[in-house]
Design a protein around this ligand. Structure first.
Ligand SMILES: Cc1cc2nc3c(=O)[nH]c(=O)nc-3n(C[C@H](O)[C@H](O)[C@H](O)COP(=O)(O)O)c2cc1C
Ligand SMILES: O=C(O)C(=O)c1ccccc1
Length: 365
């Protein structure tokens, strides 16, 4: 029996303590950005072609040199052990089983080496820019040695934004779950909860380097030969600057509605970024992906792949690695059906003529 996505979500909500559920589900400020991306994707309509040979559809694709079962990756999310005792180790197994890529957060709750040992698919490591660059450098060395294939630098979070649910809960990661890849020195400020304040927000102000600019990317590119992908770009201007500064990929993202409130949603920014990079590096859409059809819509708008956030945690909370694989497979199976019904037997067959907006008709090509 194939479980619908909302069944995983309902099971996760029921299973998890209230403050953990709020940390997963919540957004920043008025939480306006939690629904904006979904609404934008829902407005996009598919334009199918008929009488195409779809007797065989192949959702497979390549992303920065890695072969994937579909253009699908798990977004970096902190502390998977909040969802399941095996944490990122189970997520790596589940993603590998489904043939999807896993991005491991800098705030992962399992050791990079253990995650890599459990993985059968490609891994990327996500980084926030810390004041202590030596800590970043050590982490990068370990990721390289463990076989991680790329680094994802999150650039939409010079600090963790005010999130009303976490503040009201005085949210702090419970004892027993830790960002084990960071030293206790770096993590010292993250413990202890206080009502009216999120420990993560406080910690980020102390440890994140909010002063970095485009010039600092040179340091990162010097300390590693891994491709660097920027996560959180929402404008054509920044996309052009990123390419100029040698990044290998871009993730169009509003951090799942957890950072800048009142912004444009990621799907609405996608064509602007795609046009700005002009094919010089892969572009990934992150946020609000909830159905295989969303993969098709993203590809039509020019994305090379999408990233999935919260639904992977719902799968993990539901049943560990099997749940993660179940959620990913559900989306891949839905995507494969959309391919057949769209007359698009390969990922290369999706283009801007495959979508329309109800008000303005077809996007200019
Ligand atoms: C619980 C949680 C933790 C997250 N932690 C990180 C993180 O450590 N690093 C990061 O770059 N993004 C983080 N994000 C943002 C996700 O990478 C992603 O942008 C977002 O969840 C995508 O939206 P979706 O959940 O609607 O799919 C986190 C998101 C959630 C829900
Ligand atoms: O990035 C996030 O959304 C997030 O919740 C987080 C968690 C731990 C450290 C930094 C950010």
């Amino acid at each position: 029996m194939v479980m619908a996505l909302h069944t995983y979500e309902a099971a996760a909500e029921e299973r998890l303590p209230g403050p953990v559920w709020d940390f997963f589900a919540g957004g920043s400020g008025t939480e306006s950005m939690l629904t904006a991306g979904r609404e934008a994707l829902d407005r996009v309509q598919l334009r199918p072609r008929c009488m195409v040979d779809v007797s065989r559809c192949d959702p497979g694709t390549d992303l920065l040199g890695a072969r994937l079962a579909a253009p699908l990756a798990v977004a970096p999310m902190a502390y998977h052990q909040l969802a399941h005792p095996e944490g990122e180790v189970a997520s790596a197994r589940g993603a590998g089983e489904a043939g999807a890529l896993l991005t491991v957060s800098m705030f992962a709750s399992r050791a990079l080496e253990d995650i890599a040992a459990a993985a059968s698919g490609p891994l990327w490591l996500q980084l926030y820019w810390l004041r202590r660059r030596e800590v970043m450098r050590d982490l990068i060395r370990r990721a390289e040695a463990a076989g991680f294939r790329a680094l994802v630098l999150t650039v939409d979070a010079p600090r963790v934004a005010y999130r009303p649910r976490d503040a009201a809960n005085g949210f702090a990661v419970p004892p027993g779950v830790r960002a084990v890849n960071l030293s206790t020195e770096v993590m010292a400020a993250s413990h202890g909860s206080r009502s009216g304040e999120s420990a993560l927000a406080r910690h980020s102000r102390e440890q994140f380097d909010a002063s970095i600019t485009w010039e600092d990317l040179a340091w990162l590119r010097e300390v590693t030969s891994l491709p660097v992908v920027l996560k959180g770009v929402l404008t054509g201007e920044d996309a052009e600057l990123a390419v100029k500064h040698g990044v290998s990929g871009l993730i169009v993202s509003n951090h799942g509605g957890r950072q800048l409130d009142f912004a444009r949603s990621a799907p609405e920014c996608l064509t602007e970024v795609v046009d700005a990079v002009g094919g010089s590096c892969p572009v990934i859409l992150d946020g609000a992906i909830r159905h295989g059809a969303d993969l098709a819509k993203a590809l039509c708008m020019g994305a090379d792949a999408v990233m999935l956030g919260r639904p992977a945690l719902w799968g993990l909370a539901h049943s560990g690695d099997a749940g993660v694989a179940g959620v990913l497979r559900l989306l891949i199976d839905q995507f494969e059906e959309v391919m057949a019904l769209m007359g698009a037997p390969t990922v290369a067959d999706f283009g801007r003529s495959g979508i329309a907006y109800p008000v303005c008709g077809r996007l200019p090509s």
